[in-house]
Ligand binder design. Structure first.
Ligand code: NAD
Length: 321
Protein backbone atom coordinates (compact mmCIF):
# COMPACT_ATOMS: atom_id res chain seq x y z
CA UNK A 1 0.00 0.00 0.00
CA UNK A 2 1.05 3.57 -0.61
CA UNK A 3 0.25 6.11 2.10
CA UNK A 4 0.13 9.90 1.78
CA UNK A 5 -0.30 12.72 4.27
CA UNK A 6 -3.77 14.27 4.30
CA UNK A 7 -2.76 17.93 4.19
CA UNK A 8 -2.23 19.65 7.52
CA UNK A 9 -4.10 16.93 9.45
CA UNK A 10 -0.87 14.90 9.38
CA UNK A 11 -2.97 11.72 9.01
CA UNK A 12 -1.27 9.04 6.93
CA UNK A 13 -3.95 7.77 4.59
CA UNK A 14 -3.91 4.92 2.09
CA UNK A 15 -4.19 6.35 -1.42
CA UNK A 16 -7.25 4.16 -1.98
CA UNK A 17 -10.06 4.82 0.46
CA UNK A 18 -13.15 2.71 1.11
CA UNK A 19 -16.28 4.58 0.02
CA UNK A 20 -19.11 3.10 2.03
CA UNK A 21 -22.13 4.46 0.16
CA UNK A 22 -22.70 1.08 -1.57
CA UNK A 23 -23.05 -0.47 1.92
CA UNK A 24 -26.21 1.63 2.17
CA UNK A 25 -27.50 0.10 -1.09
CA UNK A 26 -27.05 3.36 -3.02
CA UNK A 27 -26.14 1.37 -6.14
CA UNK A 28 -28.61 -1.48 -5.51
CA UNK A 29 -29.16 -4.10 -2.84
CA UNK A 30 -26.09 -5.86 -1.48
CA UNK A 31 -25.51 -9.00 0.55
CA UNK A 32 -24.50 -7.63 3.98
CA UNK A 33 -22.12 -10.55 4.72
CA UNK A 34 -20.32 -9.81 1.44
CA UNK A 35 -20.05 -6.16 2.48
CA UNK A 36 -18.55 -7.22 5.79
CA UNK A 37 -15.99 -9.39 4.04
CA UNK A 38 -15.13 -6.50 1.72
CA UNK A 39 -14.46 -4.23 4.73
CA UNK A 40 -12.34 -6.93 6.39
CA UNK A 41 -10.38 -7.63 3.21
CA UNK A 42 -9.75 -3.91 2.69
CA UNK A 43 -8.36 -3.44 6.21
CA UNK A 44 -6.24 -6.59 5.98
CA UNK A 45 -4.71 -5.22 2.77
CA UNK A 46 -3.80 -1.78 4.06
CA UNK A 47 -6.83 0.39 3.28
CA UNK A 48 -7.13 2.64 6.32
CA UNK A 49 -9.54 5.40 5.21
CA UNK A 50 -13.31 4.82 5.40
CA UNK A 51 -15.86 7.39 4.25
CA UNK A 52 -19.55 7.24 5.13
CA UNK A 53 -22.51 9.55 5.81
CA UNK A 54 -25.88 9.38 7.57
CA UNK A 55 -27.32 10.04 4.09
CA UNK A 56 -26.09 6.78 2.53
CA UNK A 57 -29.05 4.41 2.66
CA UNK A 58 -30.63 6.95 5.05
CA UNK A 59 -28.45 5.71 7.95
CA UNK A 60 -28.13 2.09 6.71
CA UNK A 61 -24.47 2.50 5.59
CA UNK A 62 -23.42 3.92 8.97
CA UNK A 63 -25.26 1.14 10.82
CA UNK A 64 -23.66 -1.57 8.70
CA UNK A 65 -20.20 -0.03 8.82
CA UNK A 66 -20.46 0.31 12.61
CA UNK A 67 -21.21 -3.44 12.85
CA UNK A 68 -18.45 -4.40 10.41
CA UNK A 69 -15.83 -2.30 12.21
CA UNK A 70 -16.37 -3.93 15.63
CA UNK A 71 -12.91 -4.57 17.08
CA UNK A 72 -11.24 -2.77 14.16
CA UNK A 73 -12.00 0.88 14.89
CA UNK A 74 -8.46 1.70 16.01
CA UNK A 75 -7.00 0.40 12.73
CA UNK A 76 -8.75 2.96 10.56
CA UNK A 77 -9.41 6.63 9.94
CA UNK A 78 -13.17 7.16 9.97
CA UNK A 79 -14.86 9.98 8.08
CA UNK A 80 -18.54 10.83 8.22
CA UNK A 81 -20.73 13.84 7.53
CA UNK A 82 -23.54 16.13 8.61
CA UNK A 83 -26.18 18.20 6.88
CA UNK A 84 -27.54 15.81 4.26
CA UNK A 85 -30.20 13.31 5.28
CA UNK A 86 -32.49 13.00 2.24
CA UNK A 87 -32.45 13.32 -1.52
CA UNK A 88 -33.84 16.77 -2.18
CA UNK A 89 -34.59 20.15 -0.72
CA UNK A 90 -36.14 21.31 1.52
CA UNK A 91 -36.50 18.27 3.83
CA UNK A 92 -33.32 16.44 2.93
CA UNK A 93 -30.92 19.00 4.33
CA UNK A 94 -30.34 20.67 7.67
CA UNK A 95 -27.16 22.64 8.28
CA UNK A 96 -28.27 24.15 11.60
CA UNK A 97 -26.02 24.03 14.68
CA UNK A 98 -28.70 22.16 16.60
CA UNK A 99 -28.87 19.42 13.97
CA UNK A 100 -25.07 19.11 13.78
CA UNK A 101 -24.91 18.46 17.55
CA UNK A 102 -27.68 15.84 17.32
CA UNK A 103 -26.27 14.33 14.16
CA UNK A 104 -22.78 13.69 15.52
CA UNK A 105 -24.22 11.84 18.54
CA UNK A 106 -26.39 9.69 16.26
CA UNK A 107 -23.43 8.92 13.98
CA UNK A 108 -21.20 8.01 16.94
CA UNK A 109 -23.87 5.62 18.16
CA UNK A 110 -24.41 3.97 14.77
CA UNK A 111 -20.68 3.73 14.12
CA UNK A 112 -20.09 2.35 17.65
CA UNK A 113 -17.28 4.77 18.43
CA UNK A 114 -16.65 7.80 20.62
CA UNK A 115 -14.84 9.96 18.07
CA UNK A 116 -14.92 10.78 14.36
CA UNK A 117 -11.60 11.40 12.62
CA UNK A 118 -12.83 13.53 9.73
CA UNK A 119 -16.17 15.28 10.21
CA UNK A 120 -17.50 16.92 7.05
CA UNK A 121 -20.40 19.02 5.85
CA UNK A 122 -22.16 16.86 3.26
CA UNK A 123 -22.69 18.76 -0.01
CA UNK A 124 -22.30 22.41 0.95
CA UNK A 125 -23.91 23.47 -2.33
CA UNK A 126 -27.33 22.72 -0.83
CA UNK A 127 -26.77 25.24 1.95
CA UNK A 128 -26.74 29.01 2.10
CA UNK A 129 -23.12 30.19 2.26
CA UNK A 130 -23.89 32.49 5.21
CA UNK A 131 -25.28 29.61 7.29
CA UNK A 132 -22.39 27.28 6.40
CA UNK A 133 -19.84 29.91 7.46
CA UNK A 134 -21.59 31.47 10.42
CA UNK A 135 -23.39 28.48 11.92
CA UNK A 136 -22.39 25.04 10.63
CA UNK A 137 -18.60 25.38 10.60
CA UNK A 138 -18.37 27.16 14.00
CA UNK A 139 -20.27 24.36 15.77
CA UNK A 140 -18.09 21.76 14.03
CA UNK A 141 -14.96 23.58 15.22
CA UNK A 142 -16.45 23.51 18.72
CA UNK A 143 -16.88 19.71 18.47
CA UNK A 144 -13.24 19.56 17.38
CA UNK A 145 -12.15 21.50 20.47
CA UNK A 146 -14.22 19.11 22.61
CA UNK A 147 -12.45 16.11 21.02
CA UNK A 148 -15.57 14.49 19.55
CA UNK A 149 -14.15 14.99 16.09
CA UNK A 150 -10.49 15.33 15.17
CA UNK A 151 -10.71 17.28 11.91
CA UNK A 152 -13.30 19.35 10.07
CA UNK A 153 -13.95 19.32 6.34
CA UNK A 154 -16.42 20.02 3.57
CA UNK A 155 -17.68 18.01 0.61
CA UNK A 156 -19.55 18.79 -2.58
CA UNK A 157 -19.90 18.67 -6.35
CA UNK A 158 -19.68 22.25 -7.71
CA UNK A 159 -16.13 23.43 -7.32
CA UNK A 160 -16.63 27.17 -6.87
CA UNK A 161 -18.29 26.94 -3.41
CA UNK A 162 -15.64 24.42 -2.28
CA UNK A 163 -12.89 26.76 -3.45
CA UNK A 164 -14.39 29.74 -1.67
CA UNK A 165 -14.63 27.93 1.67
CA UNK A 166 -11.09 26.54 1.32
CA UNK A 167 -9.80 30.05 0.69
CA UNK A 168 -11.68 31.82 3.44
CA UNK A 169 -12.18 29.32 6.31
CA UNK A 170 -9.72 27.31 8.42
CA UNK A 171 -10.88 23.84 7.43
CA UNK A 172 -8.72 20.70 7.44
CA UNK A 173 -10.04 18.74 4.45
CA UNK A 174 -12.05 19.09 1.26
CA UNK A 175 -13.77 16.27 -0.65
CA UNK A 176 -14.64 16.78 -4.29
CA UNK A 177 -16.52 14.13 -6.27
CA UNK A 178 -16.83 13.33 -9.99
CA UNK A 179 -14.52 16.22 -10.89
CA UNK A 180 -11.27 14.35 -11.33
CA UNK A 181 -11.45 11.16 -13.32
CA UNK A 182 -11.24 10.02 -16.96
CA UNK A 183 -14.41 11.99 -17.78
CA UNK A 184 -13.86 15.25 -15.94
CA UNK A 185 -10.62 16.83 -14.74
CA UNK A 186 -11.91 20.31 -13.87
CA UNK A 187 -10.93 19.87 -10.20
CA UNK A 188 -7.35 20.57 -11.20
CA UNK A 189 -7.95 24.06 -12.55
CA UNK A 190 -10.44 25.24 -9.99
CA UNK A 191 -9.64 23.62 -6.65
CA UNK A 192 -5.98 22.64 -6.67
CA UNK A 193 -4.42 26.14 -6.40
CA UNK A 194 -6.46 26.95 -3.27
CA UNK A 195 -5.82 23.53 -1.72
CA UNK A 196 -2.07 23.88 -2.23
CA UNK A 197 -1.97 27.39 -0.82
CA UNK A 198 -3.83 26.44 2.38
CA UNK A 199 -2.34 22.89 2.77
CA UNK A 200 -5.85 21.48 3.00
CA UNK A 201 -6.13 17.69 2.76
CA UNK A 202 -7.61 16.77 -0.62
CA UNK A 203 -9.96 13.81 -1.00
CA UNK A 204 -11.10 12.81 -4.49
CA UNK A 205 -14.28 10.74 -4.64
CA UNK A 206 -16.05 8.81 -7.40
CA UNK A 207 -13.04 7.97 -9.61
CA UNK A 208 -15.39 5.66 -11.54
CA UNK A 209 -17.75 8.62 -12.05
CA UNK A 210 -20.39 6.84 -9.94
CA UNK A 211 -20.05 3.59 -11.92
CA UNK A 212 -20.16 5.22 -15.38
CA UNK A 213 -16.51 4.17 -15.88
CA UNK A 214 -17.20 0.44 -15.43
CA UNK A 215 -18.31 -2.43 -17.63
CA UNK A 216 -21.72 -2.40 -15.95
CA UNK A 217 -22.20 1.28 -16.66
CA UNK A 218 -24.00 4.08 -14.82
CA UNK A 219 -27.03 3.46 -12.59
CA UNK A 220 -30.44 4.82 -13.75
CA UNK A 221 -30.24 7.80 -11.41
CA UNK A 222 -26.91 9.03 -12.80
CA UNK A 223 -27.20 12.82 -13.36
CA UNK A 224 -24.76 13.12 -16.30
CA UNK A 225 -26.33 14.02 -19.66
CA UNK A 226 -27.13 11.03 -21.89
CA UNK A 227 -24.45 11.92 -24.43
CA UNK A 228 -21.78 11.67 -21.72
CA UNK A 229 -22.92 8.20 -20.72
CA UNK A 230 -23.03 7.16 -24.37
CA UNK A 231 -19.55 8.55 -24.98
CA UNK A 232 -18.12 6.62 -22.08
CA UNK A 233 -19.58 3.39 -23.47
CA UNK A 234 -17.43 3.83 -26.58
CA UNK A 235 -14.35 4.22 -24.39
CA UNK A 236 -15.30 1.11 -22.37
CA UNK A 237 -15.65 -0.88 -25.59
CA UNK A 238 -12.27 0.34 -26.82
CA UNK A 239 -10.66 -0.75 -23.55
CA UNK A 240 -12.39 -4.13 -23.79
CA UNK A 241 -10.94 -4.61 -27.28
CA UNK A 242 -7.49 -3.79 -25.90
CA UNK A 243 -7.95 -6.36 -23.15
CA UNK A 244 -8.25 -3.96 -20.23
CA UNK A 245 -11.22 -3.13 -18.06
CA UNK A 246 -12.04 0.59 -18.17
CA UNK A 247 -12.40 0.67 -14.38
CA UNK A 248 -8.75 -0.40 -14.01
CA UNK A 249 -7.56 2.38 -16.31
CA UNK A 250 -9.80 4.88 -14.53
CA UNK A 251 -8.36 3.96 -11.13
CA UNK A 252 -4.76 3.98 -12.34
CA UNK A 253 -5.43 7.47 -13.70
CA UNK A 254 -7.05 8.74 -10.48
CA UNK A 255 -4.53 7.15 -8.10
CA UNK A 256 -1.65 8.87 -9.97
CA UNK A 257 -2.83 12.37 -9.03
CA UNK A 258 -0.05 14.37 -7.41
CA UNK A 259 -2.00 16.36 -4.81
CA UNK A 260 -4.89 14.05 -3.97
CA UNK A 261 -4.11 12.24 -0.72
CA UNK A 262 -6.88 9.65 -0.87
CA UNK A 263 -9.15 8.55 -3.70
CA UNK A 264 -12.46 7.11 -2.48
CA UNK A 265 -13.87 4.16 -4.40
CA UNK A 266 -17.34 2.90 -3.55
CA UNK A 267 -17.10 -0.80 -2.68
CA UNK A 268 -19.20 -3.57 -1.19
CA UNK A 269 -17.70 -6.69 -2.80
CA UNK A 270 -14.40 -8.47 -2.12
CA UNK A 271 -13.77 -8.94 -5.84
CA UNK A 272 -13.99 -5.18 -6.38
CA UNK A 273 -11.67 -4.45 -3.45
CA UNK A 274 -9.17 -6.96 -4.86
CA UNK A 275 -9.37 -5.60 -8.40
CA UNK A 276 -9.07 -2.01 -7.20
CA UNK A 277 -6.11 -2.74 -4.92
CA UNK A 278 -4.31 -4.19 -7.94
CA UNK A 279 -4.25 -0.70 -9.48
CA UNK A 280 -2.43 0.96 -6.58
CA UNK A 281 0.99 2.14 -7.75
CA UNK A 282 0.32 1.14 -11.38
CA UNK A 283 0.89 3.89 -13.93
CA UNK A 284 -1.63 3.87 -16.78
CA UNK A 285 -0.25 2.79 -20.16
CA UNK A 286 0.42 6.22 -21.78
CA UNK A 287 -0.65 5.18 -25.31
CA UNK A 288 -3.85 3.56 -24.14
CA UNK A 289 -4.63 6.52 -21.88
CA UNK A 290 -4.08 8.96 -24.73
CA UNK A 291 -6.41 7.04 -27.04
CA UNK A 292 -9.12 6.63 -24.43
CA UNK A 293 -9.00 10.32 -23.58
CA UNK A 294 -9.32 11.15 -27.28
CA UNK A 295 -12.47 9.01 -27.47
CA UNK A 296 -13.85 10.71 -24.37
CA UNK A 297 -12.83 14.24 -25.43
CA UNK A 298 -16.16 15.25 -27.07
CA UNK A 299 -17.98 14.56 -23.79
CA UNK A 300 -15.21 15.41 -21.33
CA UNK A 301 -15.53 18.10 -18.64
CA UNK A 302 -19.31 18.34 -18.90
CA UNK A 303 -20.63 18.96 -15.39
CA UNK A 304 -24.17 19.42 -14.17
CA UNK A 305 -26.13 21.83 -11.97
CA UNK A 306 -26.22 20.67 -8.37
CA UNK A 307 -27.53 22.32 -5.19
CA UNK A 308 -28.92 25.83 -4.87
CA UNK A 309 -28.80 27.81 -8.16
CA UNK A 310 -26.50 30.39 -6.56
CA UNK A 311 -23.96 27.59 -6.05
CA UNK A 312 -23.95 26.19 -9.60
CA UNK A 313 -20.58 26.21 -11.31
CA UNK A 314 -20.46 28.59 -14.27
CA UNK A 315 -21.13 26.60 -17.44
CA UNK A 316 -22.94 23.72 -15.71
CA UNK A 317 -25.53 21.82 -17.76
CA UNK A 318 -28.96 20.64 -16.67
CA UNK A 319 -29.12 17.35 -14.81
CA UNK A 320 -30.43 14.33 -16.72
CA UNK A 321 -32.68 13.19 -13.88
P1 NAD B 1 -17.45 5.40 -7.60
O1 NAD B 1 -17.02 6.18 -8.76
O2 NAD B 1 -16.44 5.01 -6.61
O3 NAD B 1 -18.27 4.12 -8.11
C1 NAD B 1 -18.82 3.21 -7.21
C2 NAD B 1 -19.56 2.12 -7.97
O4 NAD B 1 -18.62 1.37 -8.74
C3 NAD B 1 -20.27 1.11 -7.05
O5 NAD B 1 -21.44 0.66 -7.71
C4 NAD B 1 -19.28 -0.03 -6.98
O6 NAD B 1 -19.90 -1.27 -6.70
C5 NAD B 1 -18.67 -0.02 -8.37
N1 NAD B 1 -17.31 -0.55 -8.42
C6 NAD B 1 -16.29 -0.35 -7.54
N2 NAD B 1 -15.21 -1.03 -7.94
C7 NAD B 1 -15.54 -1.67 -9.09
C8 NAD B 1 -14.83 -2.52 -9.98
N3 NAD B 1 -13.57 -2.85 -9.77
N4 NAD B 1 -15.49 -2.99 -11.07
C9 NAD B 1 -16.77 -2.65 -11.31
N5 NAD B 1 -17.49 -1.85 -10.50
C10 NAD B 1 -16.88 -1.36 -9.40
O7 NAD B 1 -18.60 6.28 -6.91
P2 NAD B 1 -19.06 6.57 -5.42
O8 NAD B 1 -19.32 5.32 -4.66
O9 NAD B 1 -20.13 7.58 -5.54
O10 NAD B 1 -17.81 7.33 -4.79
C11 NAD B 1 -16.92 6.72 -3.91
C12 NAD B 1 -17.18 7.12 -2.46
O11 NAD B 1 -16.86 8.50 -2.28
C13 NAD B 1 -18.63 7.00 -1.98
O12 NAD B 1 -18.93 5.67 -1.63
C14 NAD B 1 -18.63 7.96 -0.83
O13 NAD B 1 -18.07 7.36 0.32
C15 NAD B 1 -17.72 9.08 -1.33
N6 NAD B 1 -18.50 10.17 -1.97
C16 NAD B 1 -18.77 11.27 -1.22
C17 NAD B 1 -19.52 12.31 -1.74
C18 NAD B 1 -19.84 13.49 -0.88
O14 NAD B 1 -19.42 13.51 0.27
N7 NAD B 1 -20.55 14.48 -1.36
C19 NAD B 1 -20.00 12.23 -3.05
C20 NAD B 1 -19.68 11.12 -3.82
C21 NAD B 1 -18.92 10.10 -3.26
Amino acid sequence: MIYKTLGKTGLKVSIIGFGASPLGAEFGQIVPEEGERAVEYAIDHGINYFDVSPYYGRTLAEKRLGEFLKGKRDKIILATKVGRYGISLPGGFDFSAQRVIKSVEESLQRLKTDYIDVFQIHDIEFGKRKQIIEETLPVMFKLKRQGKVRFVGITGYPLSPLKEIVETQEIDTVLSYCRYNLLDTTMDDILIPAVKKKSVGLINASPLHMRALTEKGAPDWHPAPKKVLQGVKKAAQFCREKGINISDLALQFAFSHKYVAVTLVGMSKVRHVKANLNNVGVKPDPDLLKKVREIIKPVANIYWEEGLPENYDPGATEKRT
